[in-house]
Ligand binder design. Structure first.
Ligand SMILES: NC(=O)CC[C@H](N)C(=O)O
Length: 356
């Protein structure tokens, strides 16, 4: 069955449709990593977006449950040059089948290079994927605020039984972040971002991890003063959306990049040491450099390609944030040590508290 990707600037791309007949809309974004589609497609930060893969063949190793970052594909649609439909490893689920199970369509045979060139030129924009090869009746506005689907019942889930108790502020976290905390012998309470300070304090946490998540960090602006209070009292670590939210909580401003960073080889520089390392990234929003001056925060990492802010720290509090993904799922694992660093700070603070 034929299908079409239509960008809101009017450019159309045809291909073969896989999945039930439908018309969906979502922000068009592109991912440049050569591997990692399992982690990318199930990463909740891609919620509602249509992902174009620059690597020309996608699906060749199927889907393995151990690699997924949430229970299903979170992207709204998938656009590839060639969809691999042959046999996959024992225990893996073919991509087309996994996508059908998540009710997410795939458009294959697309000139993805040309789509990506357009997005690089005009920026991310609303797009539609349709099995009818027709334009949508009306364009929906880009979704930038994601309702608190999982948080309405305010339930606190717990995992692990380790000695350090970490509150994972759940802006729709990737499971690899939880896995890293559990590997480091933590007990983790997964908390709705709307939890009251009283309920948070009652948990007697040792530290907080502000997770990744979809959309615009400004969606949480009503809680910024609350988050600042938490970060001033608990050792805190922010990842991606968590970094943006914490920076905003301390008074920084965020802006949207034209087409964002989505890939597995973005070089970042630690400005304290000058050391350059590769990072995994998935974001559109960034903390505006100029606005850092109005905060007590200082820059820890910058992006080598475009100079944008990639990480911050508080000179007198245990607060560190990174725009990239140290949990490396997918991507280079060279920033995994940030979890150990964060947790050793948490451990030290806990000792001080006990002896006080
Ligand atoms: N991976 C993330 O947490 C993404 C953060 C935010 N939604 C952005 O696009 O910038």
């Amino acid at each position: 069955m034929a299908g079409m990707l239509l960008l809101s600037n009017g450019q159309a791309f045809t291909g073969q449709w896989h999945g039930i007949s439908a018309e969906i809309q979502g922000e068009i974004v592109f991912y440049t990593g050569m591997t990692g589609y399992e982690e990318v497609l199930t990463d909740p930060s891609y919620k509602g977006q249509i992902i174009v893969f620059s690597y020309p063949l996608i699906g060749q190793y199927g889907f393995q449950i151990k690699h997924i970052q949430s229970e299903k594909i979170q992207a709204a649609g998938i656009v590839v040059s060639e969809l691999y439909e042959g046999p996959v490893e024992k225990g893996a689920i073919p991509l087309a089948e996994f996508a059908r199970g998540s009710n997410v369509p795939i458009l294959s045979g697309v000139d993805t290079r040309s789509v990506i060139q357009t997005v690089r030129e005009f920026g991310t924009m609303q797009s539609s994927m349709s099995s009818k090869e027709t334009a949508p009746d009306h364009w929906q506005p880009l979704q930038t605020h994601f309702p608190a689907i999982n948080w309405t019942n305010q339930e606190i889930m717990q995992a692990g039984a380790g000695s350090l108790h970490i509150g994972l502020i759940d802006f729709h976290y990737k499971s690899s972040i939880l896995t890293e905390l559990l590997k480091h012998n933590c007990k983790v309470s997964i908390l709705p971002p709307t939890i009251s300070t009283e309920a948070l304090d009652n948990l007697q946490l040792d530290g907080l991890l502000f997770s990744n998540g979809p959309g615009d960090p400004a969606a949480f602006k009503h809680s910024f003063s609350v988050y600042r209070d938490w970060a001033e009292r608990y050792p805190s670590f922010g990842i991606c959306l968590g970094h943006q939210v914490l920076a905003s909580a301390f008074g920084a401003k965020t802006a949207k990049l034209s087409y964002g960073h989505r890939g597995a080889n973005h070089p970042v520089m630690n400005v304290k040491t000058g050391h350059v390392s590769m990072s995994s990234q998935n974001h559109s929003y960034v903390v505006e450099e100029k606005s850092i001056e109005q905060t007590p925060l200082a820059v820890l990492y910058t992006n080598v390609n475009d100079g944008s802010i990639e990480g911050l720290y508080h000179p007198s509090l245990s607060v560190t944030t990174v725009q990239f993904h140290p949990e490396a799922a997918p991507g280079p694992a060279e920033h995994l040590e940030l979890f150990s660093k964060f947790l050793s700070t948490v451990q030290q603070k806990k000792k001080v508290k006990i002896h006080a």
